[in-house]
Ligand binder design. Structure first.
Ligand SMILES: [Zn+2]
Ligand SMILES: [Zn+2]
Length: 273
């Protein structure tokens, strides 16, 4: 059995303000077919009016559209009616820690996913910005990305680091592994010190890179350091809940993990892999 604690409700008939429970039940039904015993629902933190100014990019500002309360009402409901864990996928932006803390304190989340999608105004996973990978040395981009992830872990604001090698998303060139290994180690050390979990996210299989995040080398370092692992589909629609989880579990076992964790009533719960 698995937990899938990275499930976005945002497509389909759901939008904050009108939230048919049947939409969330559709996610649970697909999960059951794939051995998923519990899902964790997350909206992107930037989707709400209260998040205005948290991300210094016009791309995100244009998307702060809904009152946060519209989502937290759904959270209250699915927690009670369906036993779903509820959280946010929150962007980390260096220097905005106090504002992020204040924003997160508006609700009692079961868990908060910490994500680095942005280096300044460069969206690492935004297809229209793909050319920006060529604007400066690639290794510099990867170094800044890992520096930012390490700083994110140190804030203590997040329970999980998501898709921890996101700059590979478009499947282009990558710095050589011997240049990347020290970056992987820096993240793993930060995680081991803080007990923040690392995500094994299968959504990369559905992106041009056609690989899970992270790469097996990073996964093995994390297993050796005793970092907690979370399995995640990053589904944005029901058909992707628990996507490729048997393969993910196999990859995690090969890296040395024996269990994955999820969140229940504010507590971490481990399930054997
Ligand atoms: Zn993400
Ligand atoms: Zn996500």
């Amino acid at each position: 059995m698995y937990f899938d604690h990275h499930v976005h409700p945002e497509h389909g008939p759901y939008h904050p303000g009108t939230y048919p429970l049947s939409w969330i039940e559709a996610y649970l039904a697909v999960g059951r077919e794939r051995g998923v015993a519990g899902i964790g629902l997350v909206e992107h933190g930037y989707r709400f009016l209260e998040a205005a100014g948290l991300l210094p990019t016009p791309w995100a500002e244009a998307r702060c559209r809904y009152p946060l309360e519209a989502y937290t009402r759904l959270c209250d409901e699915v927690r009670t009616a369906l036993g779903v864990a509820v959280g946010l996928e929150m962007d980390y932006v260096p220097g905005r820690e106090d504002a992020i803390r204040a924003y997160l304190s508006r609700y009692r989340w079961d868990f908060v996913l910490g994500s680095v999608h942005w280096l300044g105004d460069f969206g690492l996973d935004v297809a229209e910005m793909r050319d920006r990978y060529a604007e400066r040395p690639l290794l510099e981009i990867w170094r800044e990305y890992y520096r930012t992830q390490v700083a994110m872990v140190a804030t203590g604001l997040f329970d999980v680091v998501t898709h921890p090698d996101l700059p590979k998303i478009f499947g282009g060139e990558r710095p050589p592994e011997d240049e990347l290994l020290p970056l992987y180690r820096s993240l793993v050390e930060a995680l081991a010190d803080t007990r923040v979990a690392l995500e094994l996210n299968t959504s990369g299989l559905r992106r041009p890179v056609r690989e899970m995040y992270p790469t097996p080398a990073l996964l093995a370092l994390a297993a050796r350091a005793g970092v907690p692992l979370v399995l995640a589909s990053d589904a944005h629609e029901p058909e992707n809940v628990g996507y490729a989880f048997d393969a993910a579990a196999e990859l995690a076992r090969r890296a040395g993990f024996r269990e994955a964790v999820g969140f229940r009533d504010g507590e971490r719960v481990a399930l054997p892999l």
